[in-house]
Design a protein. Structure first.
Length: 165
């Protein structure tokens, strides 16, 4: 396979990971493994830097590492690039979620565009619920168009939709 093919595998995996992350967040983190994710929805009055929720980093690192190993050790070299795509998504997730949104590191303080604001609004709406039920916006990179508007505008739109429903 040529380099373009490997680049497309990497890009396709990166894009596909948004849907894997959405599914895992909605049905695993807010389901069976809520016990790990719950502290992420609570006010941060804890001691220490880490949350139980950080265990999901390891969960997502396992398939990536497996793809690196199998892709390097077998004739299925394309698996290596699936691992690369997963890793790049993991890096993007870390930079956007942990660094930009939750400010666990003091980088990216000056992001100020429509997309970054929409990501913040969507994540804020997700965290408006401290429990595992009734949350919205489980993805990270794909944002509902309503979050590109100011909160007051999408709240008004929701109320209007309820009236006409």
């Amino acid at each position: 396979m040529e380099i373009l093919g490997y680049a497309l595998i990497t890009l396709g995996t990166f894009l596909g990971m948004e849907f894997v992350a959405w599914f895992a967040h909605k049905f695993i983190m807010h389901g069976l493994l809520w016990i790990w994710h719950e502290d992420h929805h609570k006010p941060h009055l804890k001691d220490g830097f880490f949350e139980k929720n950080d265990l999901f980093f390891l969960v997502f690192a396992i398939p990536s590492a497996t793809c690196y190993i199998l892709g390097s050790a077998t004739s299925h070299f394309w698996l290596f690039f699936i691992g690369v795509g997963i890793s790049i998504y993991g890096l993007a997730y870390f930079l956007i979620h942990d660094v930009y949104i939750h400010r666990r590191f003091k980088w990216f303080k000056k992001l100020d565009n429509r997309y970054s604001k929409a990501i913040l609004r969507a994540h804020g709406a997700h965290h408006a619920e401290q429990g595992k039920e009734n949350c919205e916006s489980f993805g990270l990179l794909i944002v509902n168009p309503k979050f590109f508007k100011k909160r007051s505008e999408w709240k008004k739109q929701e109320k209007n939709n309820e009236i006409y429903a």
